[in-house]
Each structure stands twice: as C-alpha cells, then as structure tokens.
Design a protein around this ligand. Sequence first.
Ligand SMILES: C[S@@+](CC[C@H](N)C(=O)[O-])C[C@H]1O[C@@H](n2cnc3c(N)ncnc32)[C@H](O)[C@@H]1O
Length: 194
Amino acid sequence: MNHYFTNEEVKSELRRINVNISDKKFVFNVDNGVFSKKGLDFGSRSMIEALLTESLSGKALDVGCGYGPIGIILSSFFNLSFDMIDVNKRAVHLCEMNIKENKVNCNTFVSDIYENVNKKYDFIVTNPPIRAGKEIVYKILFEAKDYLLPGGVLYFVVNKNQGAKSMVRDLSKVAKVDVLKNNKGFFVIKCIFD
Ligand SMILES: C[S@@+](CC[C@H](N)C(=O)[O-])C[C@H]1O[C@@H](n2cnc3c(N)ncnc32)[C@H](O)[C@@H]1O
C-alpha cells in the first residue's frame, strides 16, 4: 500500500475505529496524517445527526471528505451515491477502503477544492478545513454555488469560535441561510443560493 503514500510525510499506522450512529454501526480505516483519526469528529457527528432529519435525495458531493465518515454514513442512511473529494491523497485512499468496508455506492477522488469536479449536485456537504485558512474555506463555501443544480443545497458545520457568525453573515448576502442546529457551539448550516 505504501505506493499510495509516497507524497505523504507522516509514517503510516493504519487502524480501524467503530462509529455508531442511531441504530447503525460503521467501521472506518484511519491513519496518521488524516483529520480526526481517533474517532468521529464532534462537528461531523453533529452535522450527520442534524441531516438525518432532512429529506436528502439525488446526487451529492462531500468536500474535504477525509477518511469518509460524512458521505459514507449519509449514503448508508439515505441510500445515496456521494462523490467524495479531498486534497489529501492518504485521506482519499482511506475513503476508498471505507466505501468498500461499509458497502456504500460512492466514489472518491483527489481534488484541490473543486478543481477536479466536473458535475453539478443536488446537495453538497462539508466540514470545512478551518486550519487551511479563511480563503480556502470561503472558496469551498461560496464556489459551491457553481457545483449545485438549481435549488441545490449546501450544508456545512462550523464552530462558533471558528467564525460561524461571520460566515452566516457573509453567505446571507448571496444565499438563504438557516442554522439547522447549534450543538454545543457547533452550528449546522443550510444554504440555498439566490
Ligand atoms: C475538518 S476536516 C473534515 C474531514 C472529514 N469530512 C471528517 O468529517 O472527518 C477537513 C478536510 O478538508 C481537507 N482539505 C483541506 N484543504 C483542502 C482543499 N484545498 N481541497 C479539498 N480538501 C481539503 C482536509 O484534508 C480534511 O480532510
């Protein structure tokens, strides 16, 4: 497997974690050098649980998929097919393993933001990479419009200490923005662009 990681600096230590959501059990392969390798991130969990109350359908994209929890879990609950993208090759490799492991019908590929995306979707989900900086996060959020079908929806999660309020304010200039849930400071946000 090492050939997958030739561009990665961090030593590989592949392992498996269990994630339970509602009545379903998932297994994820995780590794060093990917986000939240110790277990499902609380923000991602907050968004997944909030979206279980939405009626999700159609073609979907998970931006910054990491090892794949958001797209894979939502695919399993809603019987959807997600495209799942990340700039991190190791994350995409793990996501590929996890798609098979959890027997969902998804597709994953490397993409720096939307550079390798050539389709439009009914909805986009993201737990955006705050550490990558505001410019990248804002590109992911604002350029989502170009990859959504008419009436398409962007869902994302962000902590109140990571600029949630200013993101809501800025996105409100170009979209109808609703806060679906505030789970201990993690805002799950729904945007429909004008
Ligand atoms: C907060 S993590 C979320 C990971 C995963 N969705 C989860 O819930 O565990 C953000 C992800 O965005 C990815 N990322 C960072 N910069 C990116 C970029 N320019 N284009 C695409 N993905 C990027 C990171 O590699 C990371 O996997």
